[in-house]
Design a protein around this ligand. Structure first.
Ligand code: ARG
Length: 405
């Protein structure tokens, strides 16, 4: 149980949904908090933020802060994930997970600015996000209390709505969506409702950023993605700032039905959960980036990096963004990315994103005179014989011993 004693002024991570809204009166009435200041991050989720300040104040917040964090989200969190080719369990590009350390960082800054003695969030006890918030806040501000009322109140969905109605939190107006959705500029995650049966195909209605393969255009579209030091910098030769580039990549890939994931993933708290994601731009950029690395990184560096990438993805998923392993792995990744310059052409067609070409005028390790089967071949074929004699020696010695018995 969290130490909630004597928290007077609390900064609450606020989404505008029923759960975080109910946290406001709950913190005040049940836990004796005097002032709740809400903080919502604009991470590119669109117009959902419009009514958020009004909602927070109506639910009893003293102050409601909304900050635009889109640029740091992309520059400091999404781009490092692209450089790391980060895919949790080989598939999920961490669109939700990457937002949490940023929200936690700003939550702590605001707590300092307003002199709060605690921060709070509305996460339940079953998810990954509570782990990410608690661990990040604990690393950045060990002295701040972290309050998680929804982890302790034990109310059902209906009870939460009823509690809210008694305290000025309107129940969800439209017929409440059966899904639990997390949304930001990197994508959407969709859970719950009919999706809880992993055997059932997701209904088309769960998707918003990608079209179905059936509805995707019959004509393919080739997009050229330019990279500098591992960061995507241009689309079809047009230089774009990171935020515009992600927006454009989302629209392009999504319109060709690329970027949907349907997976059963392993949460930090030990639960397997069925998750639907749509992260079209991020998946496209990671695919292109991986391919450019195959051209520009030496074989042994590539192999080592593939291991590091897995660890990086795991630790970001597990909420360890501000930990020592992340810091150390970043050192390796950043050093490798100095060479990752060039461009990749990807064909978007009917739900696929297929790399069809890659080039690097400054860092390509592909040497045509080594690779060619034509007359320009400069590879010393005869040298292979001695190499193979030594390379295969242990196998031959062992096999001989086997035959002798
Ligand atoms: N399973 C994903 C993750 O852990 C998505 C979590 C979605 N969060 C949410 N509050 N709906 O990153």
């Amino acid at each position: 149980m969290s130490d909630r004693s004597r928290a007077k002024r609390v900064v609450l991570a606020y989404s505008g949904g029923v759960d975080t809204s109910v946290c406001i009166p709950y913190l005040k009435q049940e836990w004796g908090v005097e002032e709740v200041i809400t903080f919502a991050a604009d991470l590119g989720q669109g117009d959902e933020l419009e009514p958020i300040q009004r909602k927070a104040l109506e639910a009893g917040a003293t102050q409601s802060i909304v900050d635009d964090l889109i640029a740091p989200f992309i520059g400091e969190f999404a781009f490092p994930a692209i450089r790391a080719n980060a895919l949790y369990e080989g598939r999920y590009p961490l669109s939700t997970a990457l937002a949490r350390p940023l929200i936690a960082r700003r939550l702590v800054e605001i707590a300092r600015e307003v002199g709060a003695d605690a921060v709070a969030h509305g996460c339940t006890g079953k998810g990954n996000d509570q782990v990410r918030f608690d661990v990040a806040i604990g690393s950045l501000a060990p002295d701040l209390k972290v309050l998680a009322p929804a982890r302790e109140w034990g109310m059902s969905r209906e009870e939460t709505i009823a509690y809210g109605e008694r305290c000025g939190v309107p129940s969800p107006v439209s017929k409440a969506s059966p899904y639990s959705i997390d949304l930001n500029l990197l994508g959407r995650s969709i859970e719950a409702g009919a999706l809880e049966d992993p055997a059932v195909e997701p209904p088309e209605e769960v998707y918003a950023l990608t079209c179905s393969v059936e509805a995707a255009p019959a004509e393919p579209r080739i997009v050229e993605i330019g990279f500098e030091q591992g960061n995507p910098v241009s689309l079809d030769g047009e230089r774009l700032d990171p935020v515009s580039l992600i927006r454009r990549a989302n629209a392009l890939a999504g319109s060709h039905g690329f970027g949907r994931l349907d997976m059963v993933e392993n949460r930090v708290v030990g639960i397997k959960s069925r998750e639907i994601y749509e992260t079209p731009g991020l998946l496209l950029l990671i695919r292109a980036h991986q391919d450019l690395e195959s051209l520009t990184l030496a074989a042994d560096v590539l192999r080592a990096k593939r291991q590091i990438e897995m660890q990086w993805g795991d630790l970001v998923y597990q909420g360890l963004w501000f930990g020592p392993l992340k810091d150390a792995l970043d050192g390796f990744i950043d050093r490798t990315q100095v060479a990752v310059n060039g461009s990749v052409r990807v064909k978007l067609h009917k739900g696929n994103a297929t790399v069809v070409g890659r080039s690097s005028s400054t860092n390509s390790l592909y040497v045509p005179t080594m690779a060619t089967y034509g007359a320009e071949d400069r590879f010393d074929h005869k040298a292979a014989e001695g190499f193979i004699y030594v390379w295969g020696l242990p196998s031959r010695l062992w096999a001989t011993r086997q035959r002798l018995g």
